[in-house]
Write a protein that binds this ligand. Structure first.
Ligand SMILES: Nc1ncnc2c1ncn2[C@@H]1O[C@H](COP(=O)(O)OP(=O)(O)OP(=O)(O)O)[C@@H](O)[C@H]1O
Ligand SMILES: [Mg+2]
Length: 220
């Protein structure tokens, strides 16, 4: 489904990623681990079309999506990719429910909007967040914020979820709950999942583990 071919990236003539290639299929899961500053977030940003590689291609179902126009990329991202960042970036003035529906604001048809509301309710039930639906982010715990961000990433039923240290700011118990939910919903919707993590516990739940080291990605 996702095929990364020979991508390289430097910042200010400092090489970060050197000729990285990998493939991941529909519904598969992978963890990327590596030291701080090794380029994990940089790699996720390239995969997620948030940044441009210096060289190389990003094939999504055999289409070279790195070649799309900026507008084409933004439509593609909204339709196919869900992002979970280390900082959750919830809008503080919007409730949990409103935050979750942000990716669906561009829907034009009423039936699509209603279907999104139904999905949001279903996913909030599944992640034990339904009782918090009308709260503002400032009224939530860190784990609840991450779960909200997680439902928001899933609301458009993306083909690919990119998660950058989704459990990084959580205590062990909440990290474990979130990673279990992440995997359950990934299986239910057959979503491909790539997660950057420092947690061996989360990494061990993935189909593949890749190490980013000395600018290269090495599989296990
Ligand atoms: N926009 C940028 N301009 C210049 N240098 C950058 C930029 N973004 C990242 N870097 C540098 O690239 C390197 C890799 O950064 P990146 O954020 O990908 O690391 P990381 O593996 O995600 O680290 P961490 O585990 O701490 O999140 C770092 O040395 C960082 O300073
Ligand atoms: Mg990072």
């Amino acid at each position: 489904m996702l095929n990364i071919k020979n991508i390289s990236k430097s910042y200010e003539s400092q090489l970060i990623l050197d000729n990285i290639s990998f493939e991941i299929g529909k519904g598969e899961t992978a963890a990327i681990i590596g030291p701080s500053g090794s380029g994990k977030t940089t790699l996720l940003n390239l995969i997620g079309l948030l940044d441009k590689p210096d060289n190389g291609n990003v094939f999504f179902n055999n289409e070279d999506v790195a070649l799309l126009s900026e507008n084409g990329k933004s439509i593609f991202r909204n339709k196919h990719i869900g992002y979970i960042f280390q900082m959750h970036y919830l809008l503080p003035q919007c409730t949990v429910f409103e935050n979750i529906l942000i990716p669906t604001l561009s829907y034009k048809h009423k039936a699509d909007k209603l279907a999104a509301i139904e999905r949001a309710e279903y996913m909030l039930e599944k992640s034990n967040m339904i009782q918090h639906r009308n709260k503002l982010p400032g009224q939530l715990s860190g784990g609840e914020c991450q779960r909200t961000a997680f439902v928001r990433a899933l609301i458009n039923q993306p083909d690919l979820i990119l998660a950058d240290e989704p459990t990084g700011s959580l205590d062990e118990e909440n990290a474990s709950i979130l990673s279990t939910e992440l995997i359950q919903l990934n299986q239910e919707f057959n979503t491909t999942l790539i997660v950057v993590t420092h947690s061996n516990q989360l990494a061990s739940k993935m189909n593949k583990i890749w190490h980013l080291k000395n600018h290269k990605l090495i599989g296990e």
